[in-house]
Every structure is written in structure tokens, then in C-alpha cells.
Design a protein around this ligand. Structure first.
Ligand SMILES: Nc1ncnc2c1ncn2[C@@H]1O[C@H](COP(=O)(O)OP(=O)(O)OP(=O)(O)O)[C@@H](O)[C@H]1O
Length: 614
């Protein structure tokens, strides 16, 4: 597009004379070294005319696109912010306009008014307005009930400001993509009108009119068709690519969708610092880092392992990197994030490279936080539950259904046969989460990742869901990686607990030690002190401050700015995990200091005891 724009500026200056030079002795010539795309009926060089016509053609296409985008978005936005009656009327009008073919509309306008470049631009621009208006109203309606729009409405934000600040920025990406599509469509339509003789009129000419003049002779002399055709195709493609680029710039998520940012394989990485996972571990992760494309590490140098049949909890504040660590193991990191590990293994499966999708789908099960978002609302439970078995397990429909019913029964879902025929919304939240667990366990995975599986549930249902995970673990020997920000939840079912802070692992300890309040890392102790107890009148000790953003993580211990024990050493150097004699490991310099008991912040004397959360 940049090249085309340069051509648009210099084209008429450089090739203008050659384009207009008549040569009655050399009319209708085919391609030659002198005239690469032949000559027209008056002997003018078609290539020179094509290059010189770039400016007018692009100006016309941009003009029509601008009229369509500005007019359509303003019209759609005005309809959306009007009162219910006007809005209803406006929406129906947009429906009618959208249903009228744009080219017919443009042809009618140009036929009624005298054909010219300007008439064409206005006609094509107006004809494309309804598409923008429709998209604007649809997208605006889609976010009208989002929390931030409701809050703005509650705060009495004026409609215009609401549009400018809250609506348009959030719907800009698809609108920008439509702009690029509209550019390409306008270019095609304008060229089409010019080919028909209803666009630019002599002495002016655009790519369409050059094509129109040479088309009747195409079987005799095809060369003059080539240059304007290529020009139209190249400009159309450039418009599409510009749209993708604009969309990526507006919506950071989209950046990862193409090209370089698409990471498929995990790159072999740094040597693991500190400990490494034992060789007999089912899941072995050494030195895992997850980075943004700019190199910012969201998860940094995490090493962990799970033995077969073990239930391991990962706790930490929101944003500490729990989910990204688990999703790196499941190879489900959001696009654009780059995993990096010295070892990342599930059994004999090296998760750092390409992995057989069948093995990944059957050996890892995942239970997400929100059971209402876990299932596709438009499909019945039965077809969703049997999908993995049928796709990857080569199991027939009847056999897959029988297995799904059995798994629902094991997950204590009432009336399992009936549930198979129901849609997800027909089940209660707790029942949906049980069904999700059943679905995750259907392929008898070796590892079940449960990412905050109880957060969206009522406390009574929480306890039942946790029991279900433990049952599955005891019945099938499935290893469970349970992610939670609730220390009480992990103490209920886990064998071992990993504590993460600001993307790093800061402590690992057997659950008995956590229950006894014997954590060693000041962060784990602070978490315990901040955990409420039902049966004790314990004052809660909030942890002062906030975790650092991944890009601003200090060079030393990330918890130091919030730690009562921190000394200069903590701010300068990063502590590594050191194994404890009593079992587990912690990353803290204070472990080596000679501290009086008084100088240690109040550990949860009455630590989270089993069942306290329930
Ligand atoms: N797709 C992404 N792009 C950019 N940053 C991300 C992305 N996903 C997560 N992050 C950032 O990575 C860090 C770790 O996120 P992660 O979701 O793993 O935290 P978490 O401990 O699971 O938090 P929560 O308990 O809230 O789910 C956070 O700072 C988060 O903002």
C-alpha cells in the first residue's frame, strides 16, 4: 500500500506525458519491450496510463470508503443512542437499506445523475453506508450490557461521551476490518462502473476505464488488459492486509494471530536454577518461563513436579502466574505468549515440541473456573461429553454415550441419561461443574488440571466438588494440579502445596505443614495470617501493598517491598528455592538469618484447618 501511495503521488508527474502521448502508427499493439502492456486504440502506452491512473483510482476508492465509514458509523451510532422508538425505526431502515444491493443502488444513482468520477464515489460510498451502520448498531448492542457500560450509564455519562469513550473504542477492531473490506469492495465497484462506462469520463481515466477500453479486444490483444488488472488486484490485496494490521494495532490480542508471534514449539531454554524434578515424576517442569512477545516474563523459572496419583495445589494472589504455569503444561497458553523450559514433560511426552493432539487431548483433562462458560450453550451435553471419545478415542456413538453416562454417575450427577439430552443451561451451576469434571475424566487422563474449579460455586457445592476431585484421584490414580487463590481449599484435598508470587515459585510444602501453620516463607505466612477462620475470633492481617507488575518486577525478591523481614540483601539478590530439612523448599534469605521469634510476623497460629472453608 505504501508503494501504491508513492505511485499515486509521483505517477502523473513521471508517466503523465507518456500516458497522453498519441501514436496513430502504433495502435492496439501487443506487449513489447517498448510497451510492456501494449498500446490502446490511440497508440498510448497502457502501462504508463495505468501508473498515471493510480492517483485518481486510489483517491476515488479512499473517498468512497471514507463516505461509507463516516456516514455509516455516524448513522449507526445515532440510531443506537436514540430513544427506543427512533432506534427501532432506525434499525428497520438499516435492514431495508442493507437488503438493497449496493451496486444496483450505485448504478441507479449514477444513471440518474450524470456519470462522472464524483458521482460514482458518492454513489458507492452511500451504497456501502448501511453495512457500517448495521455493524455499528450490532456491535454496540453486544457490549451494551457489559459491566463498564452499565456503570457509565449509572453514572449518567452523556450518550455522545459514552459512544466516544466506551462504545467506539471497544468495537473499533471489526469496524476497522470492515473499512479495509469496504476499500477493496469500493475499488472493485468503482472499477466495475468505469468498465461499464458509467464511471470516470474522458479525458479522465482510472484503472477501470483502462480495463473497459481494452476488454472488447481481449481475444485479439490481451496485453492491455494485464496492467490495469494487476493494479486492481494488488490494491485490493493491500487494502485487506492494511485492515489486518489496523485490527492488530487496535486490539493487542490480535497481534499474535499471524506470522512470527504464533508460537508452536517451546524453545529449549535456560538451565534450571535450583532444584530439578525427579526422574520418576509424571509431570516434570524445570525452569519454565512464559514471556510476552516483548520479552517480559509473566512466569519466571518455575520448577515443579507431580508424581502419579498425587494431588498438588498451587496458591497465590491473582496474577501470580498459577494459570499460565498450568496452561503451559497443557499447551494451552494464549497465543502470543512464549513458553520456555529446560524440561516440560508429561510421562514420556515432551511438551516442548509438537505433540500428538490425540495424546494431549486424552492424557490431560481440564476443569475451568466458570462452569457456565465451559460448555457450548448451543449443544446438548451428550454430544459435548462424547466428542473427545469419538474424535480421539475411536469409540462408537453408543459406546461413547454409555461411558459418558457412567462418568456422570460417578460424578454424582443425578439422572445422567436425562442430562445427556439437556442443554448446559438446564443444569444448576454445581451440576454443570460436576458434568465438567465428568467430561474431563472421560478419557481417564493421567493429569487433571483444575483451575479454580470452585471459585464460581456456592460454598456447600464447593466442598462436594473438591470431594469429587479427590474421589477421582483415589479411584483412577489421576494426578491433580489444583489451582486456587484460597489456601483453605488446597488444604482440604492436596498432598503438597506450591506457593507462587509474582510469577515465581516461593515455597513448596507438604499440606500437613501448611495446616499446622508451619510455612517458612514470609509470603505464605502472610497468606495464612490473612485467611479467615470460621471457628476462631482471629484478627485478619492484610498483606500491605500489591504485587509488582511483571514488567516492573524488582531485581531481588519480588516480595521484599511488602515483607516485614526484608533487608538490603533481599532487594539486591533473588533468593532461589532451598530444600528444607523438614520437607519442602522455600526461596527466602531470612531462612538463614538468626531471628528471634518476635521478629517474625504473626504466622497463622491457628492455620487453615481442614474443612474450615467449607
Ligand atoms: N494473554 C495474556 N497476555 C498478557 N498478559 C497475560 C496474559 N495472560 C495472563 N497475563 C498476565 O500474566 C500474569 C499471570 O497471569 P495468570 O493468569 O497466570 O495469573 P493467576 O495467578 O492464574 O491469576 P488469577 O488467580 O487471577 O487467575 C498476570 O500478570 C496476567 O496479567
Amino acid at each position: 500500500m505504501a508503494a501504491l501511495l508513492v505511485l499515486a503521488v509521483i505517477g502523473p508527474m513521471v508517466w503523465g506525458d507518456a500516458a497522453d502521448r498519441l501514436n496513430p502508427q502504433a495502435t492496439h499493439q501487443s506487449a513489447s519491450a517498448e510497451h510492456l502492456s501494449g498500446t490502446d486504440a490511440l497508440g498510448r502506452d497502457v502501462l504508463a496510463r495505468t501508473l498515471a491512473a493510480t492517483r485518481l483510482t486510489l483517491l476515488m476508492a479512499f473517498g468512497a470508503t471514507a463516505i461509507a465509514a463516516v456516514g455509516g458509523i455516524l448513522f449507526g451510532a445515532a440510531v443506537w443512542v436514540s430513544g427506543p422508538r427512533v432506534r427501532e425505526l432506525g434499525l428497520r431502515l438499516i435492514d431495508v437499506l442493507v437488503s438493497y444491493p449496493a451496486v444496483i443502488f450505485a448504478l441507479t444513482v449514477t444513471a440518474v445523475l450524470s456519470p462522472s468520477a464524483t458521482t460514482c464515489v458518492v454513489a458507492i460510498g452511500l451504497a456501502s453506508c448501511p453495512a457500517f451502520a448495521r455493524l455499528t448498531t450490532n456491535l454496540a448492542a453486544g457490549i451494551a450490557n457489559r459491566d463498564f457500560v452499565s456503570t457509565a450509564r449509572l453514572l449518567g455519562v452523556a450518550p455522545g461521551r459514552m459512544l466516544r469513550r466506551h462504545i467506539l473504542p471497544n468495537i473499533a477492531e471489526p469496524l476497522l476490518v470492515l473499512v479495509s473490506v469496504a476499500f477493496t469492495v469500493s475499488l472493485k465497484a468503482l472499477s466495475g462502473l468505469s468498465v461499464l462506462g458509467m464511471g470516470t469520463q474522458p479525458p479522465k481515466y482510472d484503472w477501470g476505464s483502462l480495463l473497459g477500453k481494452s476488454l472488447p479486444d481481449i481475444y485479439v490483444n490481451a496485453a492491455p488488459v494485464v496492467a490495469p488488472s494487476i493494479a486492481i488486484i494488488v490494491a485490493g490485496l493491500a487494502g485487506g492486509l492494511i485492515g489486518d494490521g489496523l485490527a492488530a494495532a487496535v486490539h493487542p490480542d490480535a497481534r499474535g494471530r499471524g506470522g512470527k508471534a504464533r508460537i508452536k514449539a517451546v524453545l529449549a531454554a535456560t538451565e534450571p536454577a535450583g532444584r530439578t524434578a525427579p526422574d520418576d515424576a509424571l509431570v516434570a517442569v524445570d525452569g519454565l518461563s512464559v514471556s510476552l512477545p516483548d520479552g517480559t516474563r509473566l512466569v519466571e523459572d518455575v520448577s515443579l513436579h507431580l508424581r502419579a496419583g498425587e494431588v498438588v495445589g498451587v496458591v497465590g494472589e491473582s496474577g501470580s502466574g498459577k494459570s499460565l504455569t498450568a496452561m503451559a503444561v497443557a499447551k494451552l497458553l494464549p497465543e502470543g505468549l512464549r513458553p520456555d523450559a529446560a524440561r516440560l514433560r508429561l510421562g514420556d511426552l515432551d511438551l516442548r515440541g509438537e505433540v500428538d493432539p490425540k495424546r494431549l487431548a486424552t492424557e490431560i483433562g481440564i476443569v475451568y473456573q466458570d462452569p457456565s462458560a465451559s460448555f457450548n450453550p448451543t449443544l446438548k451435553l451428550g454430544s459435548q461429553l462424547t466428542e473427545t471419545l469419538r474424535v480421539h478415542g475411536d469409540t462408537g456413538r453408543a459406546e461413547a454415550s454409555a461411558q459418558a453416562v457412567e462418568q456422570l454417575r460417578l460424578a454424582h450427577v443425578t439422572l445422567p441419561e436425562q442430562r445427556m439430552k439437556q442443554h448446559p443451561h438446564e443444569l444448576s451451576g454445581g451440576m454443570r461443574q460436576r458434568a465438567m469434571i465428568a467430561s474431563a475424566l472421560l478419557t481417564k487422563p493421567r493429569l487433571l488440571i483444575a483451575d479454580e474449579p470452585t471459585t464460581a460455586l456456592d460454598v456447600t457445592v464447593q466442598a462436594e466438588v473438591l470431594k469429587l476431585l479427590r474421589e477421582a484421584n483415589e479411584r483412577d490414580g489421576t494426578a491433580v494440579l489444583l489451582i486456587s487463590h484460597d489456601i483453605g481449599v488446597v488444604t482440604q484435598i492436596c498432598d503438597r502445596v506450591l506457593v507462587m508470587y509474582s510469577g515465581r515459585l516461593v515455597e513448596e510444602l507438604p499440606v500437613e505443614r501448611l495446616r499446622a501453620g508451619e510455612a517458612r516463607h514470609p509470603y505464605t505466612r502472610a497468606l495464612l495470617a490473612a485467611t479467615p477462620e470460621v471457628d476462631e475470633d482471629k484478627p485478619l492481617a492484610p498483606i500491605p501493598g500489591r504485587p509488582p507488575q511483571p514488567a516492573d518486577r524488582p531485581a531481588g525478591c519480588a516480595f521484599a517491598p511488602r515483607c516485614e523481614l526484608a533487608r538490603a540483601e533481599c532487594e539486591e539478590h533473588r533468593p532461589v528455592l532451598q530444600p528444607m530439612e523438614s520437607g519442602g523448599a522455600a526461596a527466602c534469605f531470612a531462612l538463614d538469618w538468626d531471628l528471634t521469634p518476635e521478629s517474625v510476623p504473626a504466622a497463622a497460629d491457628s492455620a487453615a484447618s481442614e474443612g474450615s472453608t467449607a
